[in-house]
Design a protein around this ligand. Sequence first.
Ligand SMILES: *[C@@H]1O[C@H](CO)[C@@H](O)[C@H](O)[C@H]1NC(C)=O
Ligand SMILES: *[C@@H]1O[C@H](CO)[C@@H](O)[C@H](O)[C@H]1NC(C)=O
Ligand SMILES: *[C@@H]1O[C@H](CO)[C@@H](O)[C@H](O)[C@H]1NC(C)=O
Ligand SMILES: *[C@@H]1O[C@H](CO)[C@@H](O)[C@H](O)[C@H]1NC(C)=O
Ligand SMILES: *[C@@H]1O[C@H](CO)[C@@H](O)[C@H](O)[C@H]1NC(C)=O
Length: 263
Amino acid sequence: MKPLLHPSSFLFFSVMLLMIFIINIPTCMCNDYTDCNEAFECGSSSITNLKYPFWGNNREERCGSVSDPNMELTCEESVPKITINDVKYRILEWDNTTQKLTVARDDYWGGICTVSVSVSDKPNNSTFESADQFQPYGSVSSQLNLLYNCDTTVLNVVYSANCGGNIEVVYTLSDPRSLSLTCNLSVIIAIPISVTRITNLDDINEALQGGFDLRWMGNYADCQRCVDSGGACGNNGTEFRCFCNDGAYTDICGSRKAPTSSM
Ligand SMILES: *[C@@H]1O[C@H](CO)[C@@H](O)[C@H](O)[C@H]1NC(C)=O
Ligand SMILES: *[C@@H]1O[C@H](CO)[C@@H](O)[C@H](O)[C@H]1NC(C)=O
Ligand SMILES: *[C@@H]1O[C@H](CO)[C@@H](O)[C@H](O)[C@H]1NC(C)=O
Ligand SMILES: *[C@@H]1O[C@H](CO)[C@@H](O)[C@H](O)[C@H]1NC(C)=O
Ligand SMILES: *[C@@H]1O[C@H](CO)[C@@H](O)[C@H](O)[C@H]1NC(C)=O
């Protein structure tokens, strides 16, 4: 009877297996550097540069910014999303040099009529004064005020969208409190929109999808220095960390090793 495997080929396979094992050791010992150096993965999204200060999905919390626990991203149908003050936004762009994050309301992405608001609903704030980590970027953003249950026989600064049935959404860039509207002003959804991207408010859905710009207020300079030294940015739960090939540093690779007890 012929052996299934010739002894020499058995040896060959053994050596191959050993080689594969040895070669694989570094990638299996998944370390902070390789983990945090990977950008946020989100299907076929064209946004592939979401690293520090963001975390979520394939990026563990230690790869994000420690001062911003709300920097967790989610990936839904290849769209990276961030939730700020309980409102979910789609991330349209991230520019790590200017720290500019362009976002659009997720709930209004399908159009102004996709959100139904009843009089008893509390309007969700989307002004960014209250969010520490994000501020409006520049002065180009303006508030789009959506007014529900409003009388539409109003001034020409107000536009309206018919959502079918008796549902009409009235919207304006003006401060609704300054207008004499017979609306229940307790139901106003205020959405920042970038006025530079609006040519015509008649196409409100385009304006909503254009989104608006926020600036991340955190310290990115520390991270850039870390990256320039060959590291990947992250944190140990309470402090910034620069993860390098040979371990965690407090500042940049090759500077002061972070205390190992902390990790
Ligand atoms: C406001 O936010 C809450 C929590 O995310 C949500 O359940 C509610 O539907 C939102 N309301 C409106 C009017 O968007
Ligand atoms: C306006 O909305 C509030 C709840 O946000 C409600 O209590 C009040 O009755 C409403 N007023 C009118 C005139 O519909
Ligand atoms: C929205 O934010 C403003 C200013 O930060 C605050 O005065 C108001 O109470 C907030 N409204 C709600 C419904 O949270
Ligand atoms: C910012 O993005 C540029 C271009 O993608 C990249 O070269 C640079 O390393 C990034 N900076 C950080 C800190 O990730
Ligand atoms: C992070 O490191 C600092 C000092 O290096 C230490 O005081 C702190 O306890 C560490 N945090 C955690 C969560 O281990």
